[in-house]
Design a protein around this ligand. Structure first.
Ligand code: FAD
Length: 442
């Protein structure tokens, strides 16, 4: 191929999820010539949907929530413990969450949302190449000076750039290869993964609003733990969209293997719990997908910058797996910082690791990394104190059921029996120790 045939731009982004799209948008807004390569038929085509926190989106595109394809705004949340034939919920909300910007919490169909965001990226001047797979990067130089200079697409085609942003998601085969090639230091621990299953179940709008007690366009986010997930590090969720429900479950891979459940088997078990099945009763399955999630937390995050390269989003391990389940917003925050670092690198004409250092500096000052750090002990805590997800909520649930059971006994007798049942099989010392650990999960 002659030099004239070579396509060279300022920046190439691998992956058209929220991380890659935010990076491409920031760089295009900053005047860089950008190509984004997405292997799916279109951005978002490989994703299903869920809860979207919009703080970064609303920074990148002011008042984006007014034009983005949002299914419902989330006006209340609920945490439900599922027992054996019992259930217990804590539901909360605020009137302010029904007013713009709706607590920055929205339910979106990723297929529509990512596609819309991709259209904003194109409007800002970036070129989207969809339906194309990046097989690996192209390198130049040796030793400490070795750098990435382009991407090799499946087939013969190659594109060149001064900087490449890797946003290839949790199953990040390209990023992993680049880490090896450019000897990028890993985290303190190996990355660990969970696997998640998501379904979109169709139900009439009026049924959803009546069943979940919602006004027009308001939505609810439910998190579930308990008996369907017993013995596993995992849980389930339901988010209401306009005329469908997003339902799914997530569990740490090693705990799934130990339990013998398949991801879909676990999800079926979750759906069959009476407190869940009545929420989706009469619904029709529209879409189903399975995905991995990086769950190693802060200690699994390695270096994210090398000569000519930055890694963002799930590929960087920036998911907050606490009750917030914040992945898309973190991916966008890291993508935005990587984009800003690329714009600054162009001004300095320095795309080396030190020329791109601004990315990790901004990340360290930002919110995503601080939040991932706050929950850095979550994987260990859940492994060392499985009672937090099973025994204790089960006991509290039983206590409430026993307390409110109406029978021919005086209340004092019922309540004493309820307390006795609650304390049975409970070690007070362990309870105290675990209460201390649980503070770190909040
Ligand atoms: C079951 C489940 C539920 C979740 N629920 C939520 C939730 O409610 N809220 C939330 O904030 N987060 C949630 N997440 C996490 C969220 O989906 C991710 O954190 C987020 O999508 C990460 O964005 P990303 O851009 O880094 O990666 P992705 O969104 O995974 O995008 C990566 C993109 O790269 C493309 N790609 C990969 N390899 C190549 C290649 N070689 N060439 C070209 N393109 C490539 C892929 O096709 C994909 O489009 C959930 C995840 C799962 C699995």
């Amino acid at each position: 191929m002659s030099a004239e045939d070579t396509v060279k731009v300022d920046a190439i982004v691998v992956g058209g999820g929220p991380g890659g799209l935010a990076a491409a948008l920031t760089m295009a807004q900053g005047g860089l010539e950008v190509i984004l390569v997405e292997r799916g038929e279109y951005a978002g085509s490989k994703n299903v949907g869920g809860l979207f926190y919009g703080t970064i989106l609303n920074q990148l595109i002011p008042d984006a929530f007014k034009q983005a394809p949002i299914e419902r705004t989330v006006s209340k949340r609920s945490i439900t413990y599922l027992g054996d034939g019992t259930h217990m919920s804590l539901t909360f909300g605020a009137d302010a969450w029904s007013q713009p910007p709706y607590n920055n919490t929205y339910v979106v169909h990723r297929a529509q949302f990512d596609r819309w965001l991709a259209s904003q990226v194109e409007e800002a001047g970036a070129t989207l190449l969809e339906g194309m797979v990046v097989d690996g990067l192209i390198y130049e130089g040796e030793g400490a000076g070795r750098k990435a200079v382009g991407v090799q697409l499946r087939g013969d085609e190659a594109f060149y750039a001064d900087v490449i942003v890797l946003a290839d998601g949790a199953n990040c085969l390209v990023s992993e290869k680049v880490r090896e090639e450019l000897a990028m230091p890993g985290g303190k621990i190996k990355q660990e993964y969970a696997v998640g299953v998501k379904e979109i179940i169709s139900l009439p709008k009026e049924t959803i609003e009546a069943r979940f007690n919602l006004k027009d366009n308001e939505g609810v986010a439910y998190d579930f733990l308990g008996v369907p997930f017993e013995g596993l590090i995992g849980g389930g969720f339901i988010y209401t969209a306009k005329d469908s429900i997003h339902l799914g479950s997530v569990a740490r891979i090693e705990s799934l293997v130990e339990s013998g459940f398949t991801p879909s088997g676990l999800n079926d078990r979750f759906k069959q719990h009476p407190a869940v099945s009545r929420l989706i009763d009469g619904g029709e399955l529209l879409e189903y997908s399975g995905h991995m999630l990086p769950e190693g937390g802060y200690d699994a995050i390695g270096s994210l910058t090398a000569n000519g390269v930055m890694i963002v989003g799930d590929a960087a391990g920036l998911l907050n797996m606490s009750l917030y389940k914040e992945g898309t917003n973190h991916a966008m925050e890291s993508g935005m910082y990587a984009g800003q670092a690329a714009v600054a690198a162009k001004e300095k004409k320095d795309y080396s690791r030190s020329g791109l250092a601004l990315y990790e500096e901004k990340l360290a000052e930002g919110i995503a990394l601080k939040d991932v750090k706050k929950y850095k002990d979550l994987p260990d805590i859940l492994t060392s104190a499985p009672e937090l997800l099973s025994l204790y909520p089960k006991k509290i649930n039983q206590l409430m059921v026993d307390y409110f059971t109406v029978n021919a006994e005086p209340k004092a007798v019922t309540q004493k029996a309820a307390m006795k049942n609650f304390m049975k099989d409970m070690s007070k010392i362990k309870l105290l120790r675990n209460a201390f650990k649980a503070r770190k999960l909040m």
